[in-house]
Design a protein around this ligand. Structure first.
Ligand code: HEC
Ligand SMILES: [Cu+2]
Length: 361
């Protein structure tokens, strides 16, 4: 055996060993991985339109979509022309048997060619700059019309606080907005802020991304023209649970949206129950608000109308009684690293608190 064969047979043995070891580790670890559970979200989200950038249903997103296709078309044209010329030259001028072995005639400099391949790219870049600048201006310089709906979205590690100034509504992770049809509704203006680190608001079918930055208010607007539920997510790495900082925008016809507003404006269902008592006598009230009760914390999501939301913990789990109990028992099981502690309540307390929260429609 020469040296090369020796090395090869050694390498093959090592690779085989590595492969067997990784298989073994995977087989041992798989049953203990809770990561495969999606708490009902996979099935629920598969019924919704996927969050695609190339399927816009709102004005900034459609303007961006048009610009993207325009840019792709120009670039594809350039790629086709350059690639075509290259392929043509490779075939047409390939070496053939019986060539004389001489170099082809060498041309040094040609003013028309030099001018053409300087001027044409400059013109193309200029067209791209102008169309991009026009779209950016159209999206960013728009001034909210007097009747526009204003929504303040505050990014937290790892959920979205949603406030409707003037409407006295506070919610989380699910933003209800009216359909913008030409008749009676205006676009929605979003004011984006952060309570901690940098986040980024992204609902691909409605608009581009906008950062949420501490000590600064960024704005964006959406004018959705198709009712539905649109999925979004935080698009700026913001810590452990960045990937579970999901959001949904629910676009509703005007009358339906007004019914939602009226429901949200009502105070919390004011039952006197044992669950409510447990909730109010624990630290829950330091982090959560339930309007009309002693609970007025602002560190976590407002729970006044928790039961009217589709998801729990920023899209980490479907909002079901079972998941709610699991969440209160130990948030880490559903969302490892979440900034809500396990409260160590007794099983009876957990059941009663979950039942109480389930009445907060
Ligand atoms: C130290 C503050 C803190 C305490 C105490 C606390 N929570 Fe939370 N809670 C949070 C935070 C932060 C979140 C958001 C977690 C996330 O989505 O990443 C949250 C989320 C929740 C949610 C999901 C809300 C939603 O809109 O999806 C529920 C329900 C909840 N908490 C109930 C409780 C109950 C019940 C108690 C008391 C037994 C409690 N919390 C105690 C901070 C707290
Ligand atoms: Cu984030």
């Amino acid at each position: 055996m020469d040296e090369r064969e020796l090395i090869r047979s050694w390498a093959e043995k090592r690779v085989g060993l590595l492969a067997r070891r990784s298989l073994l580790i995977a087989a041992l670890a798989a049953p203990s991985l809770p990561a495969f559970a999606d708490w009902g979200m996979g099935a629920a989200n598969s019924k919704l339109p996927p969050p695609e950038v190339f399927a816009p249903v709102s004005t900034p997103a459609s303007a961006i979509d048009t610009l993207a296709w325009f840019t792709i078309a120009i670039c594809a044209g350039i790629a086709l022309i350059v690639g075509g010329l290259l392929v043509y030259s490779i075939i047409r001028f390939r070496a053939r048997p019986g060539d004389d072995g001489q170099e082809p005639p060498q041309v040094y400099g040609s003013n028309p060619i030099e001018l053409a391949w300087t001027a044409v790219p400059i013109i193309i870049i200029f067209v791209l700059i102008l169309t991009t600048a026009r779209t950016i201006y159209m999206v960013q310089a728009a001034i909210p019309p007097p009747g526009a709906l204003k929504v303040r979205v505050i990014g937290h590690q790892w959920w979205w606080e949603v406030r409707y100034p003037g409407l006295n509504i506070v919610t989380a992770n699910e933003i209800h907005v009216p359909l913008t049809d030409s008749r009676d509704s205006n676009p929605t203006y979003l004011e984006l802020e952060s309570a901690d680190v940098a986040h980024s608001f992204w609902v691909p079918r409605l608009s581009g991304k906008t950062d949420l930055i501490p000590n600064r208010t960024n704005t964006m607007w959406i004018a959705p023209h198709q009712a539905g539920t649109y999925l979004g997510q935080c698009a700026e790495f913001c810590g452990t649970e960045h990937a579970l900082m999901l959001l949904r925008v629910i676009v509703q016809p005007h009358a339906e949206w007004e019914r939602w507003v009226a429901d949200q404006q009502k105070p919390a269902a004011a039952l006197a129950s044992r669950g409510r008592q447990v909730f109010e006598s624990n630290a829950c009230v330091n982090c959560h608000t339930v309007r009309g009760t002693v609970a007025n914390g602002r560190f976590g999501p407002d729970l006044t109308h928790l039961a009217s939301r589709q998801t729990l913990a920023a899209g980490a789990a479907l909002n079901t009684p079972e998941h709610l109990r699991m969440w209160i028992t130990n948030p880490d099981v559903i969302k490892p690293g979440a900034l809500m502690p396990a409260m160590n309540l007794s099983a009876a307390d957990i059941n009663d608190v979950a039942a109480y929260l389930g009445t907060l429609r």
